[in-house]
Design a protein around this ligand. Structure first.
Ligand code: C5P
Length: 400
């Protein structure tokens, strides 16, 4: 399940204009179920008020290294001890330098030194400050200690200039937090390849045949696998979803491109999950120029040729293959036939009419020689966590 749910996380906000974005981060973490404690550095308090974070977390905000110790709270000691993850966002050049030098004369510095939890740093600053050798060196030091650095990204900066130094987006920071918290989970050391989206089969330079697949299921499976520590490659057609943080993203268009990518990516993988909707047929030829209407003809005939069945054709001893079956009739019987014909360890069967493009799904899981398992309708993220748990069981059964 999402490792943010019920995790204790410290978010330290340092001084910079991006401090206002930390409110969104804290809100998103709280909504995901995390218990968030906020530290504001002296610089951060110039940009944003503690009340903003108190309102979002329903807890007091920590500012002072020397706040009174009580039975319930031992200041920096309990913050450092009780947290599963320390996120520094935004991390200013000054804060990064202080962390790299191990300065402990403020609360963040003391917590960073005292905690055994992983640390995630999201820098945000002016372009030249980020590129200064001092800052680069400090970030190298932090990375050397195992700190995860996310961003910054390029774009418009508060100065009005364009450059490097924008705080990574909240979804990217959240994705990195999930990855860090998932490290060492039950699928640590396992390599999983996931495909997602509908393939695009070109007719000419501007037109293609495709289907309504949104990619949601495959992306959710990739995230769920990262949540439990797996190393993930996500082979995706063009979809309107953000990249999955922590996955190696492989972008493809056609079924043939997907076949090549699957072949390459599974060379060292333990599991392949084919969630993509692969076109069975492609136009026999893709015109080099835009196809024009023919004067006087009201119809057009397309010649289609069969695409290879990627899943059925992949024969890698030891690779666990998981497929999907979108059916409109005789769901279980049709899916079981595909399970056998494609040599799968598991097939996820669903009704094509309400699964494709929908945010939730109701499925039946089939494995060789076992009774069907009916999984009730749920959000694709929750379903993905169940599927990855089943993949874990299959992997455990595969162990020599
Ligand atoms: O035979 P059908 O298309 O229903 O099988 C669905 C499963 O097979 C899905 O997992 C899909 O990703 C995979 N598939 C494939 N190559 C194709 C067609 C489907 O790998 N050409």
């Amino acid at each position: 399940m999402n490792p943010l749910a019920s995790a204790s996380i410290v978010v330290a906000v340092s001084g910079g204009i991006a401090a206002y974005k930390a409110a969104d981060l804290v809100s998103s973490l709280t909504q995901a179920g995390a218990r968030v404690e906020v530290i504001l550095t002296r610089g951060a308090r110039e940009f944003i008020r503690p009340l903003t974070f108190q309102a979002l977390t329903h807890r007091p905000v920590h500012e002072d290294l020397f706040e009174p110790w009580t039975e319930a709270s031992l200041g920096h000691v309990s913050l450092a001890r009780d947290t599963a993850l320390l996120i520094v966002a935004p991390a200013s050049a000054n804060t990064i330098a202080r962390l790299a030098l191990g300065m402990a004369d403020d609360l963040l510095g003391a917590v960073a030194l005292a905690t055994g939890a992983p640390i995630l740093v999201a820098p945000a600053m002016e372009h030249h400050m980020f590129h200064h050798p001092a800052t680069r060196g400090h970030l190298t030091t932090l990375r050397g200690w195992g700190v995860t650095v996310i961003g910054p990204t390029s774009g418009r900066l508060a100065s009005g200039e364009t450059g490097d130094g924008r705080l990574a987006g909240v979804p990217e920071i959240i994705g990195a937090a999930r990855q860090v918290l998932g490290r060492g989970g039950p699928l640590a050391g396992r390599r999983i390849v996931v495909t997602a989206g509908g393939t695009r089969e070109p007719l000419d330079p501007v037109r293609y045949l495709t289907n309504g697949s949104s990619g949601l299921m495959g992306y959710a499976i990739a995230r769920a696998a990262i949540d439990v520590g797996a190393t993930v490659s996500l082979i995706s057609t063009p979809v309107v979803l953000p990249a999955v943080v922590g996955a190696e993203m492989v972008h493809v268009g056609t079924a043939l491109e997907m076949a090549t990518a699957v072949d390459e990516q599974t060379a060292r993988a333990d599991v392949l999950v084919m969630a993509a909707a692969v076109a069975d047929f492609r136009p026999a030829t893709a015109a080099a120029h835009k196809v024009k209407k023919q004067g006087g003809t009201a119809t057009m005939t397309l010649d289609l040729v069969l695409n290879p069945d990627i899943l059925a054709g992949l024969d890698r001893p030891g690779l666990i293959k998981v497929g999907f079956a979108a059916e409109t009739d005789d769901l279980v019987a049709n899916a079981r036939a595909k399970l056998d014909a494609k040599g799968l360890a598991m097939i996820v069967a669903n009704d094509a009419r309400d699964a494709i493009g929908s945010p939730d799904n109701e499925v039946v899981l089939l494995t060789p020689g076992a009774e069907p398992e009916y999984v009730p309708r749920m959000d694709k993220d929750d379903l993905a966590a169940i599927l990855i748990a089943r993949v874990g069981t299959l992997l455990a059964g595969n162990r020599p």
